[in-house]
Design a protein around this ligand. Structure first.
Ligand SMILES: C[S@@+](CC[C@H](N)C(=O)[O-])C[C@H]1O[C@@H](n2cnc3c(N)ncnc32)[C@H](O)[C@@H]1O
Length: 282
């Protein structure tokens, strides 16, 4: 890459913004991502009346740039998600993961807690919620459960809490679950919403997985940590994993994305099958 491309972002601007992104959010921006930064930040820089990417980096790092930092993080995050993504993990959860926790007494005298740690717009947690609700109505009558969704981006948390989705997004939801868990919009039949019984068992909050303090109070039995580690470098991945696993109950389960294998033993975990780990103890 030339030192200063015609497009107005130099290699040193990219490196400087990449260092800020990594420090603040654990997100790794590759040196070759000048076009990505241009596309995501170009109009914001104009909006702020700044004349260059280096002015923008200076603004972020200045005492008055604190408010801009979350906008910067928003603009570089990717929120791709879908219901029942990597379906085999949900099948495993329904057939083995939740039953084993239930057999150990979890969900009887206390809630079984599922945490979607980088939840995006909520599809991951609601997929697990539909399984839990189904088990509570049939095989595990009386199962008590709760769901927590967290994300570094505030923008995704509002739609997640609202729980309204378009019909064309729900194709992967098994038809029985659709009937059981979704209400069709009266005003707009192209929309569905999760039933209040499910919505009131879920809570949503902003948390940066790189910051242990953001995760205070989270104690859970199943963690979805999927398709977020791939965006970090090795050191940040280790930090995120240490922070997240500290919130997992002994004998609880950690699910990662298929392309995100981890060194299980370093975190007190045992690998059960690809992308499914169990915490020691319990
Ligand atoms: C590609 S989406 C994955 C969503 C979902 N887990 C899935 O697999 O379908 C990645 C999400 O991670 C969030 N994210 C990125 N870095 C994060 C961090 N340090 N802490 C919390 N969330 C983060 C992004 O905002 C985004 O919503």
């Amino acid at each position: 890459m030339p030192a200063q491309s015609g497009s107005g972002i130099s290699r040193s601007d990219v490196l400087r913004l990449a260092a800020i992104a990594l420090r603040e959010s654990g997100l790794r921006i590759d040196e070759s991502k000048a076009d990505f930064l241009l596309a995501r930040l170009g109009s914001r820089i104009a909006e702020l009346g700044l004349s260059s990417f280096s002015d923008y980096a200076a603004h972020l790092e200045s005492a008055g740039g604190g408010g801009e930092m979350s906008r910067f993080i928003e603009s570089i995050t990717t929120h791709t998600t879908e219901f029942f993504r990597e379906r085999a993990q949900y099948d495993w959860l329904a057939a083995q993961g939740i039953p084993s926790l239930w057999s150990a007494g979890v969900g009887r005298s206390r809630d079984l807690v599922v945490w979607s740690a980088a939840c995006s717009t909520g599809q991951e947690l609601y997929s697990a919620a539909m399984i839990l609700e189904d088990l509570a109505l049939r095989a595990m009558r009386g199962l008590r459960w709760r769901g927590i969704g967290t994300d570094i981006s505030r923008a995704v948390l509002e739609p997640a809490a609202l729980a309204v989705y378009r019909i064309d997004e729900i194709g992967a939801i098994p038809s029985g679950f659709r009937v059981q868990s979704l209400l069709h919009g009266r005003r707009d039949p192209r929309l569905v919403r999760f039933r209040p019984e499910i919505r009131r068992r879920t809570e949503w909050r902003r948390a940066n997985l790189c910051v242990a303090g953001d995760l205070e109070g989270i104690r859970c039995d199943v963690i979805f940590l999927r398709n977020v580690l791939i965006y970090s470098d090795a050191e940040m991945r280790r930090r995120i994993l240490r922070n997240v696993v500290a919130c997992l109950q002994p004998a609880g389960y950690l699910l990662t994305g298929h392309s995100e294998p981890i060194e299980a033993a370093s975190y007190g975990l045992v690998s059960l099958r690809p992308s499914v780990y169990r915490k020691a103890g319990g």
